[in-house]
Design a protein around this ligand. Structure first.
Ligand SMILES: Cc1cc2nc3c(=O)[nH]c(=O)nc-3n(C[C@H](O)[C@H](O)[C@H](O)COP(=O)(O)OP(=O)(O)OC[C@H]3O[C@@H](n4cnc5c(N)ncnc54)[C@H](O)[C@@H]3O)c2cc1C
Length: 391
């Protein structure tokens, strides 16, 4: 890379010396192990257990678990930097690890002391998490969910099902959203419980065959009257929607970091390629039309990465009302990942369309970032309507 631009951006998040060291270890791991295995995992769609073991050997889950519960309690900026790094090497592995965070963060932020003492040490040691919201008829509007939580003495009976659950086939802990039967069918009935692996009645119905992120399982789940301890309920009955909205403020920037990892990988590959490939006696990068394309890619990438670190600083400084900033970040980072991956394929010409080059995979991996954690139509709606004057 001829300019110091991107390396200066990488230095932006103000990480502690300990966090920089950890990030260096993650970079070495992704370079030496995770990136070289990515194409094969994409081909076979096998779950990348060796990547997850290596991630756990570095103790990466511990970084988002507070020290009091066996973790290291590192900053959100450090977490995002690691998501971006792993996702650039293997987007499926980055997403598997980030999903642990998405599933567990509500427990960290809203769980009671006993729940955190009981469950978080397992997470810090490497437990896999899944966040189960979506149902066949409740996607963009999750409030239409029909999974029921029926209290029964010291237990809650969970009945219903979910679709498209990342890590759903391998998770140790599931954070499941459903409606508290005594509160009816409205959004005020939405509640959240932790369901543990091996609970009777929890079944994986199907693992989807996907366009991208092929090594991460995406599962349809059935809850056939699963009985969970009453004390696995997060906060009270009906508190689920509030928890969900707060959780999304932390998971959407994480989705953006994942997208920006893919975008950076595609950008780096494209720049490398057009500096080598020659046509008409010149390197492709010497054509002005290509330079204009590259200028737009680089400028948008730089702006978006700066916004990533802006949101990280907000979260690390304790701000909680960041829904619009998080939506803007998720929207722009995912659209950019898709655009840069598409343009990278274009810059490779015909070679971009075949599987010998990573850009083909990056294009397929990028698409999901525009769809999940709120489609980009929903984010545009959230951002736009935030400006409606309240009367
Ligand atoms: C690979 C993968 C992994 C996933 N992982 C998880 C997970 O771990 N946990 C989980 O709970 N869910 C997960 N999801 C689900 C994902 O979040 C949903 O697919 C997404 O929210 C969209 O819901 P839907 O698929 O039902 O689409 P729909 O809501 O049916 O949307 C269809 C189309 O209509 C548009 N649309 C809908 N409503 C509006 C509106 N009001 N205004 C304008 N346009 C609108 C959408 O933007 C979209 O283009 C995953 C999905 C996939 C594919």
């Amino acid at each position: 890379m001829p300019s110091a631009l991107l390396s200066r951006l990488d230095a932006l998040p103000s990480l502690s010396p300990e966090e920089r060291l950890l990030l260096d270890s993650v970079k070495a791991l992704t370079r030496d192990q995770i990136a070289p295995r990515a194409a094969e995992y994409d081909r076979t769609a096998a779950f990348p257990w060796d990547n997850i073991s290596a991630i756990n050997a570095l103790g990466l889950n511990a970084m988002f678990v507070p020290e009091a519960y066996g973790g290291a309690g590192l900053s959100y900026a450090a977490y995002l930097a690691c998501v971006r790094e792993i996702s650039a090497a293997c987007a499926a592995t980055g997403s598997i690890w980030a999903t642990n965070f998405h599933a567990v963060k509500p427990l960290i932020d809203f769980g009671d002391e006993a729940q955190k003492r009981r469950l978080l040490p397992r997470v810090a040691e490497g437990a896999i998490g899944a966040l189960a919201i979506t149902e066949p008829d409740a996607g963009s509007d999750a409030t239409g969910m029909t999974t029921r939580f029926t209290p029964d003495g010291d237990e809650i009976v969970v009945s219903g099902g979910k679709v498209f659950i990342s890590n759903g086939d391998v998770a140790d802990l599931y954070l499941v959203f459903g409606k508290w039967s005594e509160l009816g069918d409205g959004r005020n009935a939405i509640s959240a419980v932790v369901l543990e692996k091996g609970t009777a009645g929890l079944r994986v119905l199907r693992i989807e065959d996907k366009l991208g992120l092929r090594a991460q399982g995406t599962a349809a789940l059935a809850f056939d009257d699963c009985r969970v301890r009453r004390d696995n309920l997060l906060q009270g009955p009906g508190d689920g929607l509030r928890l969900l909205l707060a959780a999304l403020n932390k998971s959407r920037p994480s989705i953006a970091a994942h997208a920006l990892g893919i975008a950076r990988a595609a950008f780096d590959d494209a720049v490398g390629y057009i500096n080598e490939r020659r046509q008409s006696g010149r390197r492709i990068i010497e054509f002005q039309g290509i330079q204009f394309l590259l200028a737009d890619m680089a400028t948008d990438l730089a702006m978006c990465e700066a916004w990533l670190w802006h949101v990280a600083v907000l979260v690390d400084s304790g701000a909680t009302d960041i829904a619009i900033e998080a939506s803007m970040l998720k929207l722009r980072a995912s659209d950019l990942a898709m655009r840069i991956a598409t343009d990278a394929v274009q810059l490779y010409g015909g070679y971009g369309y075949i599987k010998d080059y990573r850009v083909e995979r990056l294009l397929r991996d990028a698409k999901i970032t525009q769809i999940w954690e709120g489609t980009n139509q929903i984010h545009r709606q959230l951002i736009g309507r935030s400006f409606i004057a309240r009367r």
